[in-house]
Design a protein around this ligand. Sequence first.
Ligand code: ADP
Ligand code: MG
Length: 139
Amino acid sequence: MPEHVTTSEANTVAVARDLAVGLRAGDVVLLSGDLGAGKTAFVRGLAEGLGIDPEEVSSPTFTLVHEYRGPRQTLYHVDLYRLEKAATEDLGLEELGAEGGVLAIEWPDRLTHDLPGALRVNIDIVDDDTRRITVTGAG
Ligand code: ADP
Ligand code: MG
């Protein structure tokens, strides 16, 4: 599923929900796109697909990592927006991902290290309600 054009937030959530079904423990999803593109909405869909109440998902503000426990695996949600280039080792992100959870990272350009094997989701704003979602990577 390389490219999706969505016309509502609910649409984007649904794309993410479908994608989440194929996620396994240790998978990393990198979410790029401008402010307001729908990265957090996408994470809400990932949560739903993992059996987690999507209302638990919010924009991380001062907490760097949010942890949502699901029936099968834990979803770790990280928003690096407020960080300058961050050393991933210092944040322990790789450890988190390996810990039997799924790791979703907003603003991955802040990372100094590549996370090999990560799935890349890029969301482009086409107009007010339209987004182009491109999924690449993982393999
Ligand atoms: P980000 O985390 O990328 O900054 P958010 O998910 O917090 O973005 O917000 C996305 C905003 O864009 C929300 O207000 C949402 O309602 C709106 N929106 C409009 N159309 C879409 C769409 N097709 N997909 C996702 N969000 C959309
Ligand atoms: Mg966000």
